[in-house]
Design a protein around this ligand. Structure first.
Ligand SMILES: [Zn+2]
Ligand SMILES: [Zn+2]
Length: 143
């Protein structure tokens, strides 16, 4: 059994064909996929896959923190697989390739300042960086 299958089994979720198809699409993707793209790719594995099922499956995967939702440069919501632990995503503006990088005490100074200024207690953060990957930077200098 693969890691994601074990995680599903551990919380009494069945490994169904649609779930396999959605996970398969995400495993092969280099950049975050929109639900419609997951549907298109997933249908190559499971022809009866529907968009509602894709959304439901993504909700389940989100709850189990198998995937994360990211904002794409085109304004769509995309989904990528997560590694265990505290990570952030860096997205290339040009080709959409996504990489994870580990988060640490990264935002502690900022969060403490904001708490001091607002009186809020902050218990979660979302941080996503945009930039240009090395391949796209190279493409630019060739042109
Ligand atoms: Zn790129
Ligand atoms: Zn962080």
């Amino acid at each position: 059994m693969t890691a994601w299958e074990q995680q599903l089994t551990a919380c009494d979720c069945r490994i169904t064909m649609p779930r396999r198809a959605v996970m398969g699409a995400l495993l092969e993707a280099e950049s975050p996929l929109a639900p419609q793209e997951i549907l298109d790719r997933g249908r190559q594995v499971h022809t009866r896959l529907g968009l509602v099922t894709v959304y439901r499956t993504l909700e389940l995967f989100l709850r189990l923190t198998l995937v994360r939702r990211v904002h794409r440069e085109d304004g769509c919501q995309g989904y990528v697989l997560t590694s265990p632990g505290h990570h952030h995503v860096l997205l290339c503006r040009d080709c959409g390739r996504a990489v994870e990088f580990p988060g640490g005490d990264d935002l502690q100074v900022l969060i403490q300042r904001v708490e001091g200024e607002t009186g809020y207690r902050v218990d979660e953060h979302l941080l996503q960086l945009f930039g240009r990957c090395t391949a796209c930077q190279q493409g630019e200098s060739d042109a």
